[in-house]
Design a protein around this ligand. Sequence first.
Ligand code: HT7
Ligand code: ZN
Length: 875
Amino acid sequence: PQPIHLHDYQLPAYRVTHTELKFDLSPSATRVVARLHLERHSERQEDNLPLVLNGEHLKLLRVAIDGQELGAGEYSVDAETLTIFEVPQRFLLDTEVEIAPESNTALEGLYLSNGMFCTQCEAEGFRRITYYPDRPDVMATFSTTVIGDAASLPVLLSNGNPVERGELPNGRHFVTWEDPFPKPCYLFALVAGDLEKVEDRFTTMSGRDVTLQIWVEKENLDKTDHAMASLKRAMKWDEDTYGREYDLDLFMIVAVNDFNMGAMENKGLNIFNSAAVLTHPLTATDAAFQRVEGIVAHEYFHNWSGNRVTCRDWFQLSLKEGFTVFRDQSFSADTNSAPVKRIEDVSFFRTAQFAEDAGPTAHPVRPDHYIEISNFYTLTIYEKGAEVVRMLRNLLGWEAFRKGTDLYFSRFDGQAVTIEDFVGCMHEVSGQDLSQFMSWYSQAGTPEIDANGHYDYAKSEYHLTLRQRTPATPDQHEKLPLHIPIRLGLVGTKSGDDLEMTLDGETLGKDAVIHLREEEQNFVFTGIAEAPVPSLLRGFSAPVKLRFPYGREDLAFLLQHDSDGFNRWDAGQRLAMLALDDLIAAHRNGVEKVMDVRVVDAFRTLLTAKVDDKAVLAEMLTLPSEAYIAEQQPVVDVDAIHAARTFVKQSLAVALRDEFMAVYGDHQSDVSYAPEPGQIADRALKNVALSYLMSIEDEEAVALTQQQFEADHNMTDVRAALTLLTHSSRSDLADPALKAFGEKWAHDSLVMDQWFSIQVTRPQPDVLERLKFLMQHPAFSLKNPNKVRALIGTFASQNRVNFHRIDGEGYQLLADVVIELNKLNPEIAARIITPLTRWQRFDETRQALMKAELERIRAEELSPNVYEVVEKALA
Ligand code: HT7
Ligand code: ZN
């Protein structure tokens, strides 16, 4: 397969102004009749431009122009295109094709999930439905008629508004839908099945009444309340915050069980992975409730950032995804605990996106080439893209940023545009020079900042030096200095307060943003009356790695006094990292491990002081994950990391047993479950405390854990307890609990996913055998992406000691799965392979084993998806 390059972009030769579709649904032979209203693009008037349409896995039955059927010499068809050699300036193209949804295991285009027909067209799935210019800069209005069997498919949905319905011979019926908003075909959707709906209403800011529907299988009707409430909150928030109003009279969400990602923002008909929409206190954890809220909001927000204003080409993907993630993060921060949301997002980002940016598939927020676009739905496009938008918000301030988004939405409504168009609006409203800032979009890799500072007592000055460098990434060896906003404060060591800062004669206040633009820059803060500890990169004001030679006392001080909640948490993480570094070295050198008392003291203070924000406290008590620790090591030693982290956890549990026990007792409650911030914080704190106590298998804690499991009050507490019992060294605790849970929830696919994940994260060495056994479980299927993620994905990404077993069996298992999935579902295969591609970070033995598995995969006949990833990994 050949790469596609951004610099080769050309306007489409033909535009589609209106698309008429008719689907006659059948699992093995669906007929799709299409009438496209086409015209030559006004800016592409070269002579004799053929019409080239995308189409894959289609059986072409008929093709006609302006009613005249075409003969053999007038067109050609290959595996990817239909070419018509001569066409008029403006014409109607009729095609008829046949497709087989039942054999579509890739879950792109039209497929079957539990007997229900559904579609996934982003990025390039529409070409598996009919011949079409499948590119986002071709925007048309759609009229869609869906015909199906009335008994088995009573519900027939598509985009827009239903305008006609009726009965047909042979027990069939039809519904016609019209979508008045021009859209690219990646936003097309169709759903047909035996579904039931929950309905509600929303009155928009201009007083229009919108019907809201969530369509699910009958047995899930009691799991939609939270998604519906989240949708209404999101609609209101987007009006209040961005002035964005919903435009159609109907907004529908459908839950499907087989889905490659979380959800899809099809115009007026969002399709959701059932895991991203269904919740119930007894089946979903707090984290799942919050994830559902965030995803419902994300897809809804796309109605403006993505649908009304869309991307010119797929290189601009972050234009809609980065911006929409930023919008959903802000919504969740406003709805829940803002500092905790930021801590969660950043801690995930620094673990997973940093790893991506340092690995073989590193790419800029706007890539300049790709082989398979679906490989580019990455953490860099989504999360780093969101960080870049957040920096723009911070550079401009909210008011100017909002003016910029207003301008963007009004100027480009109904158009397919570029990242330059977005940043151009920000420049226009603020007058700020954002030319250097644009490198954030084109340069891959995580910038590293080395900071140093000293206090000049005689002059009452604080001198801060910042030096930036972005390491080379596979396609880019030379990097330019970036424009990096650093939010900071100087915390007085005597007072514990933020000090007033003056820079170059300008008063900045106690919390300010300074701009790093050069490779190296010095900042002299004057009038600093006492020696400070700098609190740098507050709120993670830029997606960078910042090093500063903090002593442990400095970090303990910031942990107590920093006015920025995020940096207080970060100081604790840095302090724990220093202790962990020593212990990793001790483990490697076979030296006795000794716990750092400063960490114990810091945790004691946290546990006993009356901290108001319990959700932040729970985060502060959580040690850096093994994956995050690994990110900090030059060569990853999985066993030493696991041993060191376990040692710290157990040492804290021994030293602070009574304090943890008190925290657990103080936050036990049997009030009826609600996914609201206060309750969520209490549960998080209680369960963190319990996890410390269970790390030493304290007898009283064991009894409490069993009680919590048996009380069956809500899934957050049950899952926390089951995880602790399953991960303990005692099979007399693990086995009965797992058995009871597995039997109780055998009927609920989403709960069984949790049951799978809990088992494959066990640290015990028998886990690989258990995983192989579970792959034969009736609830497991390689064809269902949620099952693959729950069992294989969780094992490979979260059970580091066992995935990286030195006999290579973990690698072998993953490679076997990738080889199978490559044939069934290339998108999922190319995602699940990720841990194997990170071989560069490990010792020589593991490197060789991982590479051998990649070579074994490479020897197969590969899909473009897996081919692209494997080639990069082995380059
Ligand atoms: N915009 C959606 C992307 C998506 C997707 C991409 C590739 C393959 C399958 C997919 N399903 C959904 C989701 C979103 O970001 O909102
Ligand atoms: Zn999105």
